[in-house]
Design a protein around this ligand. Structure first.
Ligand SMILES: Cc1ncc(COP(=O)(O)O)c(C=O)c1O
Length: 373
């Protein structure tokens, strides 16, 4: 991969290592009410709808802030104030949605499975059948807590089968894991600039079914997180309501061009899958054990169980890898002591092999015989 800096590579779930063209796209200043920025916003919105496959039925609403802002805006806008949400949980980001509902005092229930276990779809369908008050269901596509890929098509079909509306937090999946909005029945999908599109942080966005967004006018609990108001303003004059992240939008436009040039979602899925395969095979060869079996693992981020060798200390391992040019990520599991290594960002197979060589050297230096848990 082409690089113009010697920054350490980010093997994390984002912010990520970005391409030189993406960084270069930020080397200007733009007026937020100027035509050049208004046009860039339009191109980014159109580009997102194109990637989603949602066609005329969907609109992209960008929002200032991180991914959580977009998720909170999606829940607050689409869930009626007197509505009830079923949250499908198998990790920290599902739990965060429950916390969001508590803050905004919206009724919710949780359908939880352990962090290494997919949702129980028949149980969810039965729960919907038994409780007519639940009008909406929300699920995390790739639960970044573990890296598990949740079965979005099957869940969407079950939710639609019960006549309910689906919202998706696809933060760490959208752009790399196939999700065709022409085929997966849902009202909204939230994601952000600094994940699989490989942009820089600062902008969330929600792909919204326009008819559902129109019907959601007046639901929002918060002015700045009102997706309907943000959309109505953008449709009106092309502008953001409040100070926009101008540089982030131009970087995102460059990142979208690179995404298309790589073959869109299919191209990115292929590179990340190869990164993931190289990583898992190489780490296994050093004794490390991934938490998830291959069929549950999304090619986004891999959780490894903490080695049991007494010479292994994660903080030391982390620092020594960083000194060698690779930044990894701590674990977020509640069920097991773990750490994570990401496969996403402007990284290819050679970068993953470089990271594996650094891991091997680091283990030797630390006197760790094996990465086995
Ligand atoms: C699935 C998922 N949802 C939500 C978020 C929150 O995003 P942010 O940290 O940008 O607020 C993340 C972040 O990694 C995520 O992976």
């Amino acid at each position: 991969m082409k690089r113009t800096t010697d920054d350490p590579l980010l093997l994390t779930p984002g912010p990520l290592t970005t391409a030189p063209e993406t960084k270069q796209a930020m080397l200007h200043d733009w007026g937020s009410r100027d035509r050049s920025f208004i046009d860039a916003t339009r191109r980014v919105r159109e580009g997102l709808v194109e990637v989603s496959g949602g066609g005329e039925d969907f609109t992209a609403v960008p929002l200032q802030g991180s991914g959580t802002f977009a998720v909170e805006a999606m829940i607050g806008t689409f869930l009626p104030r007197d509505g009830k949400l079923l949250i499908v949980v198998n990790g920290a980001y599902g739990h965060r949605i429950a916390k969001i509902c508590a803050y905004m005092q919206r009724a919710c229930e949780v359908a939880e499975t352990p962090e290494d276990t997919p949702p129980d779809i028949p149980a969810i369908a039965a729960r919907l059948a038994a409780d007519p008050e639940i009008g909406h269901v929300v699920v995390v596509h790739c639960e970044t807590t573990s890296g598990i890929l949740n079965p979005i098509e099957e869940l969407a079909a079950a939710v639609a089968g019960q006549g309910r509306r689906l919202l998706i937090d696809a933060m760490s999946a959208f752009g790399a894991i196939p999700l065709d909005l022409a085929k997966v029945p849902c009202d909204a999908v939230a994601a952000s600039s600094n994940k699989c599109f490989e942009g820089v942080p600062g902008m969330g966005f929600v792909l919204c079914r326009t008819s559902a967004l129109t019907a959601a006018a007046g639901n929002a609990h918060s002015l700045s997180l009102d997706l309907h108001d943000q959309w109505a303003a953008m449709e009106g004059n092309g502008q953001w309501r409040f100070t926009p992240p101008t540089h982030v939008v131009f970087a995102f436009e460059a990142a979208l061009r690179a995404h298309a040039a790589e073959g869109g979602v299919a191209g990115r899925f292929k590179r990340y899958s190869e990164n993931c395969r190289i990583l898992v095979d190489g780490m296994r060869a050093l004794g490390f054990e991934p938490l998830l079996s291959h069929n549950l693992q999304a090619p986004i981020i891999v959780t490894f169980r903490m080695p049991s060798d007494p010479a292994f200390a994660f903080a030391d391992f982390y620092d020594r890898l960083k000194d060698r040019g690779y930044v990894i990520y701590p674990g977020k599991l509640t069920v097991a002591d773990s750490f994570r290594i990401g496969c996403i960002g402007h990284l290819d197979g050679d970068d993953m092999r470089g990271a594996l060589a650094a891991v091997e050297e680091t283990l030797r230096e630390m006197g760790v015989a094996s990465g086995a848990p």
